[in-house]
Design a protein around this ligand. Structure first.
Ligand code: SF4
Length: 334
């Protein structure tokens, strides 16, 4: 850790200052961390979640909309695409990440930097949207509040972030959404090198430039899903990955069928039960929107359609009339 990075950060300088008062010769610090982990887990077990029925995770909205759509309609995964050892590997990676998060949260709690247990695993929902997720933590630094985002990564990725001097765009888009939902001024990223536990911090101020696109994509996903369930639409969002080995598609359960253009799983899903959030009111709202679209000539139901940016901005409750969001075409492709 270079002195410059330490001094530049918001969290690390405070963490090192708190650590300078710790007696590393005794077992107390380690014992306190273990006890904090138990407190956090107990607190989480007691909490009541406010998770809405229909959500879009900030981490997935920048990914492939078709994949989100297939998950929404519970399409069966492409057969035997992911071998069992790869599935197990994914579980191990996730478990490692979960325990790393708990360790960081417990350490920062013991050091007084995540004072309150309610500042750990904080639910966030951007008002009037389906964007919902759980943030690692909410830090109070001086009179400002920041999002805590801890990540462990392989050496080469850690080096890449360090050389870039900032967190990668994909992370930043995702965490802007969390910050907006929680009214925070920015994000403190703690990146830990999995090989040697070297840590680096990046501080990213709140920037809402991706928000409009995220909201528009969420609406587009809902529209496609509702058209599927309520209007028998045969269309699904475009592929957003280049090929099966691309970053976007790696680990996608539907990759084989998607790249073969096989829509059997989608047709089978049609016989399933629509999710509970498609209530009578939602059906009515869908019909109103379809009528609006038909009148505006933006699409004929069941035909290929592209969400009009004017329609999108009108559908975003509580937002301005104009939208400069980059709306991606969702006209169907095989
Ligand atoms: S294979 Fe790639 S393009 Fe197809 S649905 Fe999955 S993520 Fe999207």
């Amino acid at each position: 850790m270079s002195l410059k990075t330490m001094l530049d950060g918001k969290l690390l300088p405070r963490m090192y200052e708190a650590l300078s008062k710790v007696d590393f010769e005794s077992r107390k610090f380690s014992n306190d961390i273990e006890s904090a982990k138990r407190d956090i887990l107990n607190d989480l077990a007691k909490r009541k979640s406010n998770r809405p029925l229909r959500i879009v995770g900030p981490s997935s909205i920048g990914g492939c909309l078709r994949k989100l759509f297939l998950a929404r309609i519970s399409a069966r995964p492409s057969p035997k695409y992911i071998p069992i050892h790869k599935r197990f590997k994914s579980i191990c990676i996730m478990e490692t990440g979960t325990s790393m998060h708990l360790r960081w949260q417990a350490m920062l709690h013991v050091l007084g930097l995540l004072k309150d247990l309610s500042d750990i695993e904080v639910e966030t929902n951007v008002k009037d949207t389906d964007l919902w997720g759980t943030a690692d933590g909410r830090l109070t630094i001086g009179d400002e509040q920041y999002l805590l985002e801890a990540k462990s990564m392989a050496s080469y990725l850690h080096r890449k972030e360090k050389n870039a001097g900032e967190a990668r765009a994909g992370y930043r888009e995702q965490y802007q959404i969390y910050c907006a939902g929680l009214n925070l001024v920015g994000t403190c990223y703690l990146f830990e090198n999995k090989d040697n536990s070297e840590i680096q911090e990046f501080v990213d101020p709140l920037d809402l430039s991706f928000m409009e696109e995220a909201v528009a994509r969420t609406i587009m996903l809902n529209e496609q899903e509702y058209a599927f369930w309520l209007d028998g639409s045969k269309h699904c969002p475009d592929k957003e990955g280049m090929d099966m080995s691309s970053y976007v598609c790696s680990g996608c359960d539907w990759a084989v069928d998607c790249f073969k253009g096989d829509t059997t799983a989608i047709e089978e899903a049609r016989h399933g039960i629509p999710p509970a959030y498609i209530t009578h009111e939602e059906r009515e709202r869908f019909r109103e929107r379809e009528n609006l679209r038909r009148r505006s000539g933006a699409c004929a139901s069941g035909a290929r359609f592209k969400l009009d940016s004017k329609v999108a901005s009108r559908l975003v409750r509580g937002r301005g009339k104009s939208s400069s969001a980059r709306i991606r075409s969702n006209s169907s492709s095989g």
